[in-house]
Design a protein around this ligand. Structure first.
Ligand code: FES
Length: 153
């Protein structure tokens, strides 16, 4: 496993651009990522569902049903769960863990600088790609091209 020193810090944009309950989708270093804000923390998720490869970041950010006694229904964890658009598997955005399977989302560490700039930490060269507009009618996450900064540490 690479040490933190071999990670590249890739500038995404302003942390304020990532809103609770929404996804900011970016293309960076050849990867499609979704940026989420969960409880004040930022999560960078690879846009690939570990079930059958759906663009999971196009799913819905919501809550989920909580354990409860028979005959009752409890809803909770609002804005902490990402539901895949293909088969509805639910993933905890704090850990990437699927709620009903052992598989989990691939995630990348993030950092927010004092000036409010949001970075994703990734291995390898950073090759930003231009934003790709949505081509279907479903609500799409906002996209923009991430900038890069040669900040190898
Ligand atoms: S591809 Fe995501 S739940 Fe099936």
């Amino acid at each position: 496993m690479a040490s933190a020193r071999s990670l590249r810090r890739i500038r995404i944009g302003r942390a304020d651009d990532v809103r609770d309950g929404a996804c900011l989708q970016v293309e960076v270093a050849g990867c499609s990522l979704g940026l989420f804000r969960v409880g004040g923390q930022f999560r960078a998720v690879l846009n690939h569902c570990p079930h059958e490869g759906a663009p999971v970041c196009r799913g819905t950010v919501r809550g989920t049903t909580l354990p409860s006694v028979p005959g009752t229904f409890r809803w909770g964890r609002e804005n902490e769960i990402l539901a895949c658009p293909w088969h509805g598997w639910e993933f905890a955005l704090d850990s990437g863990q699927c709620l009903t399977d052992r598989r989990r989302l691939a995630m990348f560490p993030t950092e927010v600088a004092d000036d409010g700039t949001l970075y994703v930490l990734m291995r390898g060269p950073a090759t930003p790609k231009p934003a790709i507009p949505s081509t279907d009618a479903s609500p799409a996450p906002r996209r923009h091209a991430a900038g890069t900064e040669d900040t190898s540490r």
